[in-house]
Ligand binder design. Structure first.
Ligand SMILES: Cc1cc2nc3c(=O)[nH]c(=O)nc-3n(C[C@H](O)[C@H](O)[C@H](O)COP(=O)(O)OP(=O)(O)OC[C@H]3O[C@@H](n4cnc5c(N)ncnc54)[C@H](O)[C@@H]3O)c2cc1C
Length: 558
């Protein structure tokens, strides 16, 4: 689904770019609660990983002189996103799948992992079921890398796919690994809002990178109204300068539409709340206006944003080359996740590794667009290498048979309850959770609302324990959803508890009752572990001191 591109300081379009600028941008975007070691490794290694993808066959868009083209994105000082139109994720998947096939890697398609097992304080294996036949599979494993993505389906308005149910985070947590900073959920400013059936589908930031502007119902470019102090020196103060930036003028500063996602999303919310929204409760995103500046604007838009053009044409009957889009915030990404070591990606449970969106650290309180795809390839490689080493150096661990039997029994329970009179279907419980999380732990939060959400989660957990499903085990989406529910409830509780604990506003986490940033809160991560009583235990764990050389890099880039 990834569209806009992969961030790497290749310096192909602007030779002032380098890993130091990318590192400083990522830390500033994350509001300094990032794992600085991960931010450093990511900025240093992303260019090599992009070149590696190219060597394996990825066909990125090109500059006039044949190098990998890079585009502007929010929070990145220079054009930095290597891309393939607005279908970059598809090209990465194609390339990596081809490469894996050529390497002869075994792939267990459509196999959903339901439980992780430990033995002697380390990982021992996993239980999964293949969706096609509904049969269980038991894996004995010396090491496991989780790469299961995010949690967006815990909310009712989201850009995420149906499978973003927080499986990896929940599996790790129940196996004994720690979660970190689960309060930091990113609400992307521009999702489709109309018609209702497509609400939440992403409108890539690439639209704004290519010159798209945000306007309220009075036609005003409201993003100029509030520019955060720490971005003021880098941000254009007039429309003309902003346009020049999107067209590659190195002396121009970026338009305020390309400020970080958390800020843009809150500005849109403000416009709507104060009565300046679009007819369906969003604002207008307009790329068609560039026809005033470019002679071949229509062809240019269709070439640079083909998916957006088709998405609006087919789903909303709007031609984005002639008319503005209506957009509003949508749940998009979770910065928090499984706590990992910055170098090896091993979680706090020996032998269990995590990479990509299910892991925490790199993005701090807010992720910059494009930094996820680079996160995957930088830390996917590291996690793989370190997991392989761990496996080579460790003896086999045994799964306790009774634990595997219990996990199978638990997975089949929804069928046993299927016909019972008191059983409820899983979808209603899932939908009630999504609506509640959107309302009470969404883009703007308060303590009383989050306390209500926690009470609601307790009630939904009781209902989830009673859900029943009918039919057989072959490709049964009801059964799948019944099993997902536990994971969604676990991550929802972690998000609400961590958000209650962080009594400030930072990045994606905004509290109406604590609207300011508290410098004291920049010194810790919120870590969640499963307590001996089975409940969630929260701790504030200090962020290690940043080395002087990295501090200097940040100072120099201010
Ligand atoms: C619409 C959209 C556009 C985006 N555009 C960009 C962009 O332009 N640039 C950027 O940097 N980022 C972008 N992102 C974010 C980025 O795409 C994701 O964060 C990233 O793809 C996550 O990769 P991942 O490998 O961690 O997880 P995924 O790529 O989501 O893969 C997770 C995999 O785990 C599997 N899985 C889940 N649970 C289980 C289980 N229990 N058992 C077995 N398998 C399981 C899933 O089936 C899936 O195949 C975008 C996201 C969205 C939704």
């Amino acid at each position: 689904m990834a569209e806009g591109g992969i961030a790497a300081a290749l310096a192909n379009v602007d030779d002032r770019d380098n890993w130091q600028v990318h590192f400083a941008d990522t830390m500033r975007g994350g509001q300094y609660v990032n794992n600085w070691r991960m931010a450093e490794l990511h900025a240093r290694e992303a260019p090599d990983r992009v070149r590696e993808l190219e060597a394996w066959g990825a066909l990125f868009d090109r500059t006039a002189d044949g190098r990998i083209l890079q585009r502007n994105f929010g929070g990145h000082k220079y054009p930095r996103l290597a891309h393939v139109g607005d279908r970059t994720g598809l090209e990465m998947i194609r390339t990596l799948q081809d490469h894996a096939v050529h390497l002869g890697i075994d792939v267990h398609m459509e196999c959903t992992v339901l439980r992780l097992f430990t033995s002697g304080g380390r990982i021992a294996g996993a239980l999964g079921y293949d969706r096609e036949r509904g049969r269980f599979r038991l894996y004995r494993s010396k090491a496991i890398v989780l790469a299961t993505g995010g949690v967006g389906r815990a909310f009712s308005i989201t850009s995420n796919s149906w499978e973003y149910t927080g499986d990896g985070q929940a599996l790790a947590y129940h196996a004994g690994a720690a979660l970190q900073d689960m309060e930091f959920v990113q609400f992307h400013p521009t999702g489709m809002i109309w018609p209702p059936s497509v609400r939440g589908i992403l409108v890539t930031e690439g639209v704004r990178g290519e010159g798209g502007v945000l306007r309220n119902n009075q036609g005003r470019r409201f993003m100029f109204d509030e520019i955060p102090e720490n971005y003021r020196p880098q941000t254009a103060d007039n429309e003309e300068e902003g346009w020049r930036y999107t067209q590659g003028d190195k002396d121009a500063r970026r338009p305020p539409e390309l400020l970080t996602r958390d800020h843009v999303a809150r500005c849109i919310r403000r416009e709507v709340a104060e009565g300046r929204g679009s007819p369906h409760g969003g604002v207008f995103l307009d790329i068609s206006w560039i026809k005033e500046r470019l002679p071949n604007a229509r062809e240019h838009i269709i070439r640079k944003l083909p998916s957006m053009y088709h998405q609006f044409k087919q789903l909303a009957d709007i031609d984005i080359t002639t008319a503005p889009m209506e957009v509003g915030p949508t749940t998009h990404y979770i910065m928090g996740g499984i706590r990992v070591d910055g170098d090896s990606q091993m979680s706090t449970l020996p032998g269990l590794f995590a990479a990509g969106e299910c892991a925490a650290g790199l993005h701090g309180a807010n992720r910059l667009g494009g930094n996820s795809l680079s996160d995957l390839v930088v830390f996917g490689k590291r996690a793989g290498e370190h997991a392989a080493r761990f496996a080579r150096e460790s003896g086999a661990a045994d799964i306790v048979p009774a634990e595997a039997d219990e996990a199978v029994r638990y997975a089949l329970e929804p069928f046993e309850r299927g016909a019972a009179a008191h059983a409820e279907g899983p979808y209603q419980v899932q939908q009630d959770l999504q609506v509640m999380m959107q309302d009470l732990v969404g883009i703007v939060r308060t303590a009383p609302e989050m306390e209500r959400a926690l009470e609601g989660i307790t009630r939904l957990r009781e209902r989830a324990a009673r859900v029943g499903v009918a039919g057989n085990r072959e490709y049964n989406p009801g059964w799948h959803t019944a099993l997902d529910l536990g994971n969604q409830l676990t991550v929802s509780e972690a998000i609400a508890r961590a958000a209650l604990e962080r009594r400030e506003s930072r990045g994606g986490h905004f509290r109406d009752d604590c609207p300011d940033k508290d410098p004291a809160c920049a010194r810790f991560n919120i870590v969640i572990r499963k307590g001996a009583d089975g409940g969630m235990q929260l701790a504030r764990e200090p962020i290690p001191e940043m080395p002087a050389e990295l501090r200097r890099v940040i100072e120099e880039q201010k």
